[in-house]
Design a binder for this molecule. Structure first.
Ligand SMILES: NC(=O)C1=CN([C@@H]2O[C@H](COP(=O)(O)OP(=O)(O)OC[C@H]3O[C@@H](n4cnc5c(N)ncnc54)[C@H](O)[C@@H]3O)[C@@H](O)[C@H]2O)[C@@H](O)CC1
Ligand SMILES: Nc1ncnc2c1ncn2[C@@H]1O[C@H](COP(=O)(O)OP(=O)(O)O)[C@@H](O)[C@H]1O
Ligand SMILES: [Mg+2]
Length: 277
């Protein structure tokens, strides 16, 4: 199992210092899908994290009741209503990365959104499934067309997909499941582990100060934002997992709890300092 540390990721993080004549289109287009009525915070936190990670263009498909809040908090992001299935399908086709699930819900509309995204995604696009999209994946048993699938479950969500109780989620079992699902799995916990079909990674410990609602939504946004800019999705996602825990741990040195949006606020500074040090 490879240990994730600063040495491993620093050449992987995007570094714009030497880029010339680039535009927002060179830094990826991300579509975030989630936030049924009342759950807007989850996808807004993910959007803020994606923008702050440096994604060139960010679009959010969320319940229309959240659009004002989204534009107030993250004016860089564009918005689509969650019930506009054709609009979502068109936007999927234009995106480098699609991240679906935070606050999506499990009702009929969520199922329809899930199905249209699975049907619209192409082989060359990165698809991140988190939260309710993982539960829908477990229920629908969908075959995913893209080879670049990233699943970001906590132990409860992983149990729904694999049937493995948390105490049975061993490295060997988890890697076998990643292989069977043809996916990269980010199994979140106090010390997050990453399983690809070929290898496994052990992240640094975060902090119990990070145990607050929305912390995983924030991670989904960072993974999406970095995958939209890195050479490979593995480089983006391993870097994202490290930097999320690293910032959380640093803040926890002086704070009883850490808010996900505080992690998002510090992303541009930490990405710059690690990628250029
Ligand atoms: N501000 C917001 O709008 C927020 C919305 N959220 C959304 O709320 C919905 C439910 O999310 P939940 O994460 O509660 O998922 P679920 O309600 O789907 O799963 C929780 C279940 O998994 C079990 N479990 C086992 N190991 C666990 C672990 N390590 N962490 C958490 N639960 C574990 C729990 O005992 C519980 O039975 C999702 O759509 C999520 O995105 C949350 O992200 C919190 C913030
Ligand atoms: N005790 C802890 N120590 C370190 N990291 C934690 C701890 N508790 C939670 N986290 C991190 O917080 C995030 C929680 O994700 P998740 O359960 O999906 O939250 P939410 O759905 O509320 O956004 C994960 O990245 C996990 O690694
Ligand atoms: Mg979650």
């Amino acid at each position: 199992m490879r240990i994730v540390d600063e040495e491993l990721i620093k050449g992987w993080l995007p570094n714009r210092e030497d880029d010339h004549d680039t535009t927002k289109r060179d830094y990826g287009q991300i579509l975030l899908i989630g936030g049924s009525a009342g759950m807007g915070g989850s996808i807004i936190m993910a959007a803020e994290a994606a923008v702050q990670s440096g994604a060139g263009l960010t679009t959010v498909a969320t319940d229309a009741t959240h659009h004002v809040a989204l534009h107030t908090r993250v004016p860089e992001a564009m918005a689509l209503p969650l019930n506009d299935l054709m609009g979502i399908s068109d936007q999927v086709k234009k995106s480098t990365v699609v991240a679906m699930g935070p606050g999506l819900g499990l009702h009929e509309r969520a199922v329809n959104v899930f199905r249209i995204v699975v049907a619209s995604i192409r082989e060359d696009q990165t698809l991140i499934l988190d939260a309710d999209a993982l539960t829908l994946l477990a229920r629908e048993k969908s075959k995913l067309r893209t080879q670049k699938v990233i699943l970001t479950p906590h132990a409860g969500e992983w149990q729904r997909i694999t049937g493995l109780k948390p105490e049975d989620q061993t490295d060997e079992q988890n890697r076998e499941w990643a292989e069977q699902l043809h996916a990269t799995v980010v199994l979140k916990g106090d010390q997050t582990r990453i399983y690809t079909e070929q290898e496994s990674f052990l992240n640094i410990k975060g902090s119990p100060a990070m145990a607050t609602g929305g912390m995983g939504d924030c991670l989904t946004g960072i993974i999406g934002g970095l995958c939209a800019q890195t050479r490979s999705e593995l480089e983006g996602l391993v870097s994202a997992v490290y930097i999320h825990s690293f910032i959380g741990r640093e803040l926890a040195k002086h704070q009883h709890m850490v808010r996900p949006i505080q992690i998002a606020e510090l992303l541009p500074t930490y990405i710059k300092s690690i990628s250029t040090n």
